[in-house]
Design a protein around this ligand. Structure first.
Ligand SMILES: Nc1ncnc2c1ncn2[C@@H]1O[C@H](COP(=O)(O)OP(=O)(O)O)[C@@H](O)[C@H]1O
Ligand SMILES: O=C(O)[C@@H](O)C(=O)COP(=O)(O)O
Length: 436
């Protein structure tokens, strides 16, 4: 099928799992969505029909100048492809370094899209992220009291998003409070007009549930740029449908892929720790990557691959560990160096596993997913049905097709790995029997 019109929505995501999370939301809203790994050759998309394109970048923790440069390049490419509205996706826990990158990238995209006021809302109620009076909650606690306070690369220790964003930009940051959002899209539009008149350039928006995210989405129908977590995109497909631009359709169809499955966990988040523990408790094969052995030059990757080769059943290879262990490794090796070293090992493992015939990869962690997908030379992903909120099954496009579940560190329940393997292996069984 060829593209009759340009994509309706062009998205720029600051990490790879964040990109699949957003793509999953758009697909659920009936938008055929393609995720590209960085900016791609136009020729590769020539025969692909997509209502939305999500460009996955790995810019969450790079220096702010680089994040801006890459995001502007992605914007220019999306615009050249005809995308009318632009969405900048960041983490539902507002993960940022002291220098950004949410503020600087938003400011640069505002200039590029001539947006006078950009809305900013990371709320994702299905995964227990809510925003009230500008404060971000994770479950029942403030962001700063959640596991995010110990994140290896972006520890979040201030729950006030107005304050966090204001420290990253010279645009004035305001608030669209819950009382306004609860009154509906017209009230939000009126508040935005008021904030603009006061010289405010970015506005954190409260949202406690999906209904409120739909209200915010509706209020942003004519905004050239919208920013937020994947929840903020929930209301956008309905805007296009109201304009008669998007038919009712099932956008989740994926091709079947045959082959073995492996799980790679490089996330240090609390939920991934629980998922690794559950997998081991269940007696499934698991191999731990010891960062200190890796740093000492031991053949850790080769040992892990040998383990995977002789495993009966799907192997898990993980660097995941409790916050204290991660902090100890970081003190000895340095935060960036430890992360980069483990990510490189995860990339090498992915390549080695592919040589062993693995065709399905369940990956935990945004940075880790970036490393794996890049190491495997994946250019584009087609997005399928969700395995858990924010984690769809995906299949790479191109000649060497593989299945992926790219899981944000904190997403999924304790049994997620087994659920993802079953979801991906379901397509394997279907391929073997020729079933659809
Ligand atoms: N045991 C460990 N010690 C130090 N760093 C680690 C360890 N395990 C993973 N890491 C690094 O921590 C980072 C985790 O980031 P990411 O993959 O985005 O997952 P998450 O954000 O869920 O923690 C990666 O750079 C990874 O290489
Ligand atoms: O919005 C979210 O929470 C996710 O989509 C996401 O970006 C998570 O990133 P990682 O925790 O680094 O996987």
């Amino acid at each position: 099928m060829t593209q009759a019109q340009g994509p309706l929505l062009g998205c720029i995501a600051d990490d790879f799992t964040g990109a699949t999370d957003l793509a999953s939301t758009l697909v659920a809203g009936g938008m055929r969505t393609v995720q590209t790994i960085g900016v791609q050759d136009d020729a590769k998309l020539a025969d692909i029909a997509a209502d939305a394109i999500v460009v996955a970048l790995k810019t969450r923790t790079v220096p702010a100048r680089e994040a801006v440069e890459q995001s502007l390049a992605a914007h220019a490419w999306l615009r050249a492809r005809g995308c009318g509205q632009i969405f900048f996706k960041y983490c539902s826990t507002f993960d940022s370094t002291p220098d950004g990158n949410i503020g600087p990238v938003t400011q640069a995209l505002m200039a590029a899209t001539e947006t006078p006021l950009a809305i900013a809302c990371p709320a994702f109620p299905a995964n227990q992220r809510t925003v009230y009076k500008g404060y971000l909650f994770v479950g029942d606690v403030l962001l700063s009291e959640s596991g995010m306070r110990n994140h290896p690369l972006t520890p979040m220790r201030d729950p006030s998003l107005v304050r966090v964003l204001q420290a990253q930009t010279d645009a004035a940051v305001g608030l669209i409070a819950h009382q306004v959002v609860a009154r509906g899209a017209d009230a939000v539009r009126a508040r935005i007009a008021q904030l603009r008149a006061e010289g405010i350039g970015m506005a954190i928006a409260d949202a406690l549930d999906d209904e409120e995210l739909l209200v915010l989405g509706e209020a942003c129908a004519d905004h050239p740029l919208v920013t937020g977590g994947s929840g903020m995109a929930m209301g956008l497909p309905a805007n296009f449908r109201r304009q008669g631009l998007l038919p009712a359709q099932d956008a989740t169809v994926l091709p079947r892929i045959a082959g073995r499955c492996a799980v790679l966990a490089g996330s240090a988040s609390e939920m991934t720790n629980r998922q690794v523990a559950r997998w081991i408790q269940d007696g499934r094969p698991a191999f731990r990557i010891d960062p200190m052995l890796l740093a000492a030059g031991e053949p850790v990757v080769a040992r892990a691959l040998a383990f995977a080769q002789r495993s009966i059943g799907t192997p898990l290879i993980y660097a995941t560990g409790p916050a204290d262990d991660v902090a100890a490794v970081q003190r000895r090796l340095g935060v960036q160096a430890a992360g980069a070293m483990i990510e490189e090992a995860m990339g090498d493992l992915a390549r080695g596993l592919r040589e062993q015939g693995v065709r399905h990869f369940v990956v935990a962690g945004g940075e880790t997913s970036g490393a794996v997908v890049l190491a495997l030379g994946v250019d584009m992903l087609q997005i399928g049905a969700p395995i858990a909120p924010g984690v769809p099954a995906t299949v790479s496009l191109g000649t060497d097709r593989m299945g992926f579940a790219l899981k944000s560190g904190n997403f999924g329940g304790p049994d997620f790995f087994a659920e993802a393997v079953a979801a991906l292996a379901g397509s394997e069984k279907a391929a073997a029997t020729g079933a659809e």
